[in-house]
Design a protein. Structure first.
Length: 594
């Protein structure tokens, strides 16, 4: 028979027992929340048996601690569990775990106050219970926590060491306890998925902003003293950027955290509730008194529910208006970008045409306009060239001037044509004409076509061949365009004497991944949500149409694929084009029509 792992005992815990002192405080009126929030067992009791933290949309109200269900749950636990789940937080192992939890709670509250994201008390609770698995281990036996913390490999491989000691890592225990104790989804996600990227944590029920607040708090606490080595999947600087804190604000927050006296656990031994004979009677009396007072409270709650329903309806209307404003802003961005890009070459064309027309029609009697790019304003930031009606005398046009002006007209007209062609390719790409071809050969072909651009920018191209055929059934022209957009983006983003690369990978039998990398700084966090917006460009206006990445994304979607930016904190800038993989045609020549 397999020996029971310590983690199995943790999962079977009926509750995390509050200390006798905290339970006695629950019977007081009003309930002193500031004192109770340092006891993890009491905080869990409040979470499970009151409406205090049921949702993130309502602020914490101390009056919710007077709900009869809280005192009744405390009484039932004391009578029914006979000391199970009780932790003496002064013991080795338990003391360090609680100190780390309090430090995370304190910093999470500070971050919430500094950023205005979420109620500070919600942040405190999330920070305190982020190491829920560790708290459960202490309730099973503090020696389990002490031995794991003493393992020299724990700072380097925390999850592996925890699984070796307990059978589960702390995040796995946190997920199981959150499910067993029916904790609110937002807290369950913090306790079990803190190390996941924000988008994945959101799919698991996390409130992304709150997870970011706790992730920053834990990262700061662990950078100071190591703590419990929770996996947060980010650095404090990246976590600060995710919640809108600048580098200067983060430095100030760290300085204040160093100067502030940390919240420390009580040094005196915590009493188990079963050791205090009259505690059950005190809780029973408090529950009875609160039930008697609950009838008028019920009427008030119903009135508040009506008010909340009205507020929700108003919020719905406001949300619709906000979405409409965002859509209009997006359209304005598209119109402004397109207007700016198309107007510039039009101004050159118009000016040069005026110059030639004036020279050819007036001859020696009149001179070309001194400003061949004369323009008028037609709104903020928009100019259109017009023909001047008054021109001073000029010399006749020479054949050289005529040739130069005509070349400029042709070049700018072709530029307009290319802009409109790219815009239409993004807006309405043609139906793909699929056929089999080798993805590796096409990648090499695209790299060769951009070799001159890379040489001009002093960028080294790194293009390894996959070594074997990688068959794709797709429109080769559209895939070539997508590859060119992405590799050009990498070359232009790489610094001088830097490198850009592209390689073909097979992450699964059903997909081909073409990875584009460069050693440039990568897009800043505030620009990442706009990477695939047409005409959005991180460079100054007129220095890039901003259609490369959107076009690649659009053409990938035409084939059932995708283009994604992969954030590598310590690695190169990476974009990945994923396309469905197709089996080779029966004749194996790679050129059959689909």
């Amino acid at each position: 028979m397999r020996a029971t792992a310590p983690g199995d005992a943790v999962i079977e815990l009926p509750w995390l027992c509050p200390g006798a002192e905290a339970l006695a405080a629950l019977a007081r009126t009003p309930v002193p929340w500031v004192a109770l929030r340092e006891d993890p067992g009491t905080v869990l009791l409040v979470l499970r048996h009151t409406t205090a933290f049921a949702t993130l949309t309502l602020p914490f109200s101390p009056s919710s601690l007077l709900e009869p269900s809280l005192a009744e749950a405390a009484l039932g636990g004391v009578r029914g569990y006979a000391g199970a789940g009780f932790v003496d937080w002064t013991r080795d192992g338990a003391r360090e775990v609680r100190a780390a939890a309090l430090e995370s709670a304190r910093l999470a509250r500070r971050v919430a106050e500094a950023t205005g994201r979420y109620e500070p008390e919600h942040a405190w609770v999330a920070g305190l219970l982020a190491p829920l698995g560790w708290l459960g281990v202490c309730a099973a036996n503090p020696d389990y926590a002490r031995d794991c913390l003493a393992d020299p490999e724990h700072p380097h491989h925390p999850s592996a060491v925890e699984r070796r000691h307990w059978g589960f890592d702390q995040a796995g225990l946190g997920r199981r306890l959150a499910r067993r104790w029916a904790l609110p989804p937002w807290l369950a996600a913090v306790a079990g998925y803190l190390g996941l990227p924000p988008e994945d944590a959101r799919r698991c029920g996390a409130a992304s902003d709150l997870v970011a607040v706790v992730r920053l708090a834990v990262a700061l606490a662990q950078r100071r003293n190591g703590g419990l080595h929770l996996t947060v999947g980010t650095t404090p600087e990246e976590a600060a950027a995710a919640v809108g804190l600048t580098a200067a604000a983060l430095e100030e927050l760290e300085r204040e955290a160093r100067d502030e006296t940390p919240v420390l656990p009580h040094s005196s031994r915590v009493l188990c509730p079963s050791q205090v004979p009259l505690l059950s009677d005190l809780l029973a009396l408090a529950a009875e008194n609160r039930r008697l007072r609950d009838l008028p409270t019920l009427r008030r709650v119903e009135a508040e529910a009506d008010a909340l329903a009205d507020a929700l309806q108003e919020a719905r209307a406001g949300e619709a208006e906000r979405l409409r404003a965002q859509k209009l802003a997006s359209l304005a961005e598209l119109a402004a970008g397109a207007g700016h890009e198309i107007n510039n070459p039009l101004a050159v064309i118009s000016g040069q045409a005026q110059f030639l027309l004036n020279k050819l029609l007036k001859g020696d009697r009149r001179q070309a306009p001194r400003d061949t790019n004369a323009s008028i304003n037609s709104g903020p930031g928009t100019q259109y060239a017009v023909l001047s009606t008054e021109t001073p005398p000029a010399s006749p046009v020479s054949p050289e001037e005529t040739e130069e002006a005509l070349r400029k007209i042709i070049d700018q007209a072709q530029r307009i044509h290319q802009i409109l062609r790219e815009l239409m390719q993004f807006a309405r790409p043609p139906v793909p004409h699929k056929q089999f071809f080798d993805a590796g050969d096409l990648v090499q072909e695209v790299a060769t076509s951009l070799a001159e651009l890379a040489a001009q920018r002093r960028v080294r191209l790194v293009v390894p061949h996959p070594g074997r055929p990688v068959p794709l059934c797709a429109d080769p022209g559209q895939v070539r365009t997508a590859l060119t957009c992405l590799l050009r983006n990498a070359v232009e983003a790489a610094p001088a004497d830097g490198w850009a690369g592209v390689r073909v990978e097979l992450p699964s039998p059903a997909a081909v991944a073409i990875v584009f990398e460069d050693n440039g700084p990568g897009p800043p966090p505030q620009q990442r949500e706009h990477l695939f917006d047409p005409f959005y460009c991180g460079r100054s206006a007129g220095r890039g149409r901003g259609l490369g990445l959107p076009t690649a994304w659009r053409l990938a979607g035409q084939h059932g694929g995708d283009v994604a930016f992969v954030n590598l904190p310590d690695g190169p800038t990476r974009f990945v084009l994923t396309l469905p993989c197709s089996p080779s045609p029966a004749n194996g020549n790679g050129n059959g029509q689909s």
